[in-house]
Design a protein around this ligand. Structure first.
Ligand SMILES: [Fe+2]
Length: 295
């Protein structure tokens, strides 16, 4: 199959993190785009806010969040949404993304991305919230697939069917995390190619890539892929990126790194690997990946 988007390449960059702000500025010419975590902007204090604001007009920015907890069965936090809207305005970003997850129960922040049950009832809870976010913000909203340690047993739909229901009923876009897809494929025997093939063409407007360790413990029957953003992006995740680019045209591909920041060369090498893989997808006349490994 020929790619419907053969000539357009995504902007490639990294998530901006204050501990490596100086290093990021010194290497700014290597990135087409930076992703700002809105929670850093909202809660980071004036020093952090100024460091982030200083990036405006120097490099394209996109906005990503971790604190909305859209999957919590409670009303949206309108004050948080107001703060996101302020950040969208301050930072002149063209998009905002969040995880399809819950991180809180009323009064308690669980500090973990937890999966939403894939049921019609959960969709009915999510859809008005997505519509409210879309109405409140002047930029497109996208939802990200998370990696999950457990899944609810009463699913009425597959991952792709659940996302597709939300896409269909709200027009929300997708932030595709290829590392999360790889990790879930490995940990839960989900077919990542089937997931990608079921997504509507063009729904993916952003991509995340990251890496984590393979955890071996005596109490685990099989090793477990942890998604802690501390390692180089696994080649399997990059292969999934290339596969996805056959039918999707993301505007950005962002490398996420949240640990082991001292490995600056590793970050730059990953950015180069992402560029190479995206270029390979763009130049592929067949538009198909022949060496995606088994999971
Ligand atoms: Fe991500």
């Amino acid at each position: 199959m020929n790619s419907p988007f053969p000539s357009e390449s995504p902007l490639i960059g990294i998530g901006f993190r204050v501990p490596i702000a100086k290093w990021t500025l010194a290497n700014l010419h290597r990135f087409d785009v930076l992703e700002i975590t809105v929670d850093h902007y909202i809660k980071g204090g004036e020093y952090v806010r100024r460091a982030i604001r200083n990036l405006v007009d120097r490099v394209p920015l996109v906005l990503h969040g971790v604190g909305l907890s859209i999957g919590t069965d409670a009303p949206l936090d309108e004050a948080y949404l107001d703060a996101v809207a302020e950040a969208v305005d301050d930072l002149k970003v063209p998009s905002y993304s969040e995880h399809l997850a819950w991180t809180k129960v009323p009064g308690i922040d669980l500090a973990n991305l937890l999966p939403v049950p894939k049921t019609r009832a959960a969709a009915d809870m999510l859809i008005p919230k997505i519509e409210r976010i879309q109405a409140r913000l002047p930029v497109p909203f996208s939802i990200e697939n998370i990696s999950y340690v457990f899944d609810f047993p009463d699913a009425e739909m597959s991952d792709a069917e659940f996302f597709n229901l939300l896409f269909r009923e709200t027009g929300v876009e997708m932030l595709l995390d290829v590392e999360n897809l790889f990790v879930n494929a490995s940990n839960h025997a989900v077919d990542p190619l089937a997931f990608l093939e079921q997504l509507p063409e063009g729904v993916v407007t952003g991509v995340h890539a990251a890496g984590g360790p393979l955890v071996r413990r005596p109490y685990l029957d099989v090793p477990f892929h942890a998604d802690n953003h501390s390692h180089p992006v696994p080649q399997q995740a990059l292969d999934l990126l290339e596969y996805a680019l056959d039918r999707q045209r993301p505007r950005t591909v962002i490398l996420e790194r949240d640990n082991d920041y001292e490995q600056g060369e590793e970050l730059l090498a990953d950015v180069t690997r992402i560029r190479r893989q995206a270029a390979r997808a763009a130049s592929s006349t067949e538009g198909s990946v022949t060496d995606v490994p088994a999971y």
